[in-house]
Design a protein around this ligand. Structure first.
Ligand code: SAJ
Length: 406
């Protein structure tokens, strides 16, 4: 039986996937409401494939609880934020899950950390605790790091089809965990040591952050000199060894804007490029704000309440607002007249801004200048409703001539 600790964006789909494949699974989370909802058949993540997966997992007997469960295989999928000042990883949630496991686990237990952790985290923070526990209790604990790679928006598909990495101290344990993941993962599963697994995960997200930062920097300089950044990227990408990502209003979510900081925090002397990329991406909401003001003054729009921000989530067609560029933009405008802008997102039904609309028509009717910050399908399908409006399209989803771009 596997006990999965932390039923968020990664833990829940992973738990369901194991259960669907016929493995006995218990999902644990400290959030009582979440556990009650799951036990009552209410899913916390709205994504394609999830309802069907949930149904199959329920049929196979998955259970959810706030308690610690006695077993020999645990997977930790809790958040790993960073400390704002030092930029170093905050492992509090991982260590709290670990201590809960050690309170109940059996001999020869395997503890898999799936949460993204900076290189050396297991060695520095986890192993001292398990070593001490093994000495005192005469029980053996095997530590494993098995980072995930799934992208919100396409998680069910990617769980099955993306390659994975298993980092362990010896090949027997690595193979045991590999077999477990192979119950649902059809792609290659690579085995390595723990630190290489930790580092490769952080490197993947840092690579993407740097690539997006390059695109964002290009967007700024192209705008200054009247060049079309999208056309230039598209032409450059025809080179067989060039693949530049897309500029945008900033980088959100809780992976890409977080993981590079772990490296900056731990290796400050060697991370000039990584830090600069983070800074470029973090500067984008402010850049968008300046573009909004430029366009307002060009068109004699005087009142911020005539401006509408479309999209609050961190990217298209998901309901996750963590670290979203729009929230970063709203933070910049807080306590100024610009905070009178109107906001709307079809995926966000809770009130997070004083001038929020909950219906597309109300949003459109209330505004004269629409700033598209997220390329949800909804706005792509309703482009015709924007025909009498000024539009700043920060995601390059429209190709009409009179649309403003970054
Ligand atoms: N973005 C751009 N330009 C682009 C691509 C993305 O500005 O060309 C922005 C998005 O709008 C968003 C942010 O970047 O605000 C991040 O979105 P994303 O779709 O690039 O990635 P995430 O955060 O949803 O998921 C990432 C993925 N990592 C990589 O692609 C290397 C995913 O595979 C990881 O599993 C996930 O982080 C994670 O959990 O670490």
């Amino acid at each position: 039986m596997i006990n999965i600790l932390g039923l968020g964006y990664i833990g829940l789909p992973t738990a369901l996937m194991f259960a669907q494949s016929g493995i006995e699974v218990v999902g644990t989370d400290i959030n009582e409401k979440l556990i009650n909802d799951l036990n009552n058949g209410v899913l916390s993540i709205d994504e394609k494939g999830m309802p069907e997966l949930f149904e199959k997992a329920q049929k196979n007997g998955i259970t959810f609880t706030t308690k610690n469960v006695k077993t020999d295989t645990y997977i930790i999928t809790v958040p790993t934020p960073y400390n704002d000042e030092t930029k170093k990883i905050n492992v509090d949630y991982v260590l709290s899950a670990l201590n809960n496991i050690l309170g109940v686990c059996e001999n020869e237990t395997i503890i898999v950390v799936e949460s993204t952790i900076s290189p050396g985290t297991i060695e520095k923070f986890v192993r001292p605790i398990t070593d001490e526990f093994m000495k005192k209790n005469d029980k053996i604990i095997h530590l494993v790091h098995a980072p995930e790679r799934i992208i919100p928006g396409n998680m069910v598909y990617e769980l099955e089809h993306n390659s994975r990495t298993i980092g362990a101290d010896n090949i027997d344990v690595a193979n045991k965990v590999k077999d477990l993941y192979a119950s649902f993962c059809k792609a290659e599963i690579v085995t390595t040591d723990i630190k290489s697994a930790e580092m490769s995960k952080v490197v993947e997200n840092t690579f993407r952050d740097i690539n997006i930062a390059f695109a964002n920097e290009l967007a700024k300089l192209c705008h200054e000199d009247g060049m079309d950044v999208y056309e230039i990227i598209s032409i450059a990408n025809k080179h067989p060894r060039v693949n530049i990502l897309q500029p945008g209003p900033g980088v959100g979510g809780h992976c890409i804007p977080v993981d590079p900081w772990f490296l900056v925090g731990d290796y400050p002397k060697h991370t000039d490029l990584i830090r600069a990329a983070r800074e470029v991406n973090s500067s984008m909401p402010e850049y968008v704000f300046n573009r909004i003001k430029e366009i307002m003054s060009e068109n004699n729009i005087l009142d911020f309440k005539d401006v509408g921000l479309y999209g609050l989530t961190y990217k298209e067609n998901v309901d996750d607002i963590r670290e979203s560029p729009t929230l970063q933009l709203l933070e910049l405008m807080k306590n100024t007249v610009s905070d009178n802008m109107v906001v709307y997102d079809p995926f966000v039904t809770v009130k997070i801004h004083k001038n929020q609309k909950f219906n597309f028509e109300d949003f459109i009717n209330a505004t004269e200048f629409i700033v598209v910050l997220v390329g949800h399908e909804e706005i792509k399908n309703k482009f015709h409703k924007l025909k009498d409006k000024y539009v700043l399209d920060t995601k390059n989803i429209f190709n009409q001539n009179d649309i403003y771009k970054l």
